[in-house]
Design a protein around this ligand. Sequence first.
Ligand SMILES: Nc1ncnc2c1ncn2[C@@H]1O[C@H](COP(=O)(O)OP(=O)(O)OP(=O)(O)O)[C@@H](O)[C@H]1O
Ligand SMILES: [Mg+2]
Length: 271
Amino acid sequence: MTARQAHAIQVRGLEKSYKEVKVLRGVDFAVARGGIFALLGSNGAGKTTVVRILSTLLKADAGTAGVNGFDVATQAAKVRESISLTGQFAAVDEILSGRENLVLVARLRHLADPGKVADDLLDRFSLTDAGARRVSTYSGGMRRRLDIAMSLIGDPPVVFLDEPTTGLDPQARIEVWQAVRELAARGTTVLLTTQYLDEAEQLADRIAILHQGRIIVDGTLAELKRLLPPAKVEYVEKQPTLEDVFLALVGAGGRGGDAGEHRISTQTSDE
Ligand SMILES: Nc1ncnc2c1ncn2[C@@H]1O[C@H](COP(=O)(O)OP(=O)(O)OP(=O)(O)O)[C@@H](O)[C@H]1O
Ligand SMILES: [Mg+2]
């Protein structure tokens, strides 16, 4: 693999089991550079497992994965230089102020002007006014924004956000969404996992649904919606929501591990 590739993330045939439990049964997807890609799935679908493999924290049993052109198994150090990972629980220090947290990480990364790096990020994430305050006084949304800001120090080209808005109130979610949109607008590739359909619908330019160990559908929101015909109710034509599509594909349940044979391609749909 070379560092110059069309795709920021490329995953082929990924398999992973924990003891007898086969969590990933051949996961395939690719993420274009500069896009926001949502990996959607129910609790326990294996989203975090995929993210942990892509961020070199976990080894796959089979398959290959490339991030920023580097192989996660054989070029792990290069992959780590290319990414940041924000987990569900904020990694910020409560006693320090927001600005101090940022300065600390910038120092740890040996950046030239830690104070300026911190101030720029506070500005980008609308935290300038709160910058001097202890993080213990921040709201959940502010903490999550600070956490994302910290992960951007050093400008990684690929950012993983594992359930960035779980546990946040609606206002805080919208603030985090805005921060994620800004990331992508600057050319950063974002892979986020979520169990919230509206989050994928709002943010992602490509959505993949992970179900029973495989990606059962992968496409743009418009492509996913085309999988279901619009329901006609008297005179009103209702477009299917992403929730309708998700439930039609996943909700019936009990397909007993053969989801891969039902993978629906949206690549060639034209009508
Ligand atoms: N270290 C582990 N040992 C054993 N089983 C594990 C381990 N980590 C995850 N699992 C199991 O693997 C499955 C997938 O877990 P994973 O955390 O990847 O799911 P997820 O899609 O991120 O779920 P959630 O939405 O709840 O975060 C689950 O059934 C989980 O119990
Ligand atoms: Mg998870």
